[in-house]
Design a binder for this molecule. Sequence first.
Ligand code: NDP
Length: 293
Amino acid sequence: MSAVIIDGKEIAKALRAEWKTRAEQLKEKGIQPGLAVIIVGDNQASGIYVRNKVRACSETGIYSEVHEFSESTDQSEVLHCIQELNKNHRIHGILVQLPLPRHFEDKKIIASIGVEKDVDGFHLNNIGALVTGYAVYPPCTPYGVMKMLEKNSIQIEGQHAVVVGRSNIVGKPMALMLLEKGATVTICTSKTTNLEEHTRRADILVVATGKPRMITAEMVKSGATVIDVGINRMPDGKLAGDVDFDTVREKAGYITPVPGGVGPMTIAMLLCNTIEAARRIQSEIVSEINTGK
Ligand code: NDP
């Protein structure tokens, strides 16, 4: 039997309607959530992602501004821009579009973002909070995956989850979030031997490798939930995931498509984190007023 297709586009649309109401409620209290996006260089894919994020902000009632820098910009200029944004009351969330040019130190750039404005959830303090189970701004892509599982009532506790990929932005936080919800988690990497032995034991399989269609039907357990994070531009210009969708859908219980799966969820959760940042900052202002500080 063919798998149930988890429609990320539809789930994201419903969530965005919710976030819009939240943004309106904040606006009534005098705060419009604001997001600043920094982009360095002219990476075509990054440009598309940034435009999608800006459009999503405007549809949700979130103020946004884009700070563009050329490929040859000195890192100090971007650091200065972040320092200014950290002080800017109009801005509640700051996002630096990755990847950055080679001469940039990603760690330094991310560390310079105020923790309370780190809506991507990549700052070491936010990662630390995630590790200890107190995440405030969970990284958007794995957060979106967790929402997809929740919205489809897919059991996590007691299940065996296998995450293929260990990047700081997807694989590792994904594994931590599944662990937090009671899954037994295996993380696989390019160094894993006999990958299929692990993937075949997964009740929930999350794949984030950037290797088009590498997960085939033989590598998947019957009835498993398969989440495909990968976005790969193929030579014919079309997008493909890391999972061979056409064959795996015949074996899995649930599956996400590419496009229209995890991608729209990532943006939805970015909006969610931005609104949460505005709400937190607003509450602090109110408490400061109440205590007369
Ligand atoms: P990275 O390149 O940072 O990480 C890829 C990971 O996959 C690495 O840990 C690597 O292992 C592992 N890997 C590579 N080949 C294999 C293999 N043959 N077997 C097992 N593991 C392997 O990528 P990202 O995590 O940033 O992104 C992964 C994919 O997800 C990309 O296609 C990206 O475009 C997409 N993406 C999608 C998003 C969305 O919103 N849908 C958001 C972010 C990313 P090792 O560490 O050993 O090298």
